[in-house]
Design a protein around this ligand. Sequence first.
Ligand code: FES
Length: 143
Amino acid sequence: MYSEKVMDHFTNPRNMGEIENPSGVGTVGNAKCGDIMRIYLDIDENQVIRECRFKTFGCGAAVATSSMATELVKGKTIEEALEVTNQAVMEALGGLPAVKVHCSLLAEEAVHAALWDYAQKNNIEIPGLKKPKNDIHEEGHSI
Ligand code: FES
């Protein structure tokens, strides 16, 4: 039911852990399944994401999507990182079972929440970035 890539990122997650003094940190969860995901970003003066790490308390798909999301946003500018949607994360993982789509939404929203935190701390506005919710469900998202 899971692709090889999902299994790979689940058993050997990339960028797991914290960043000390992060530029931005975002935490989101899903009240239904109880899973929680936290993303840390280190962003340089040119608004490029130098480092991205995650901590996830959740299912295998949540771990795999966090891992892949950190890989996809690393080295990107803020604008580019906004384009790393849950769809992009799922594609990079070779797909997810339908009941696991919300796990990838957590990854997208956790990145957005961390970017939001960065914007707040630096008093800037990131075009296209909306205030993140912290309880993430499929409803209201195009999947
Ligand atoms: Fe909820 Fe995976 S089952 S994040």
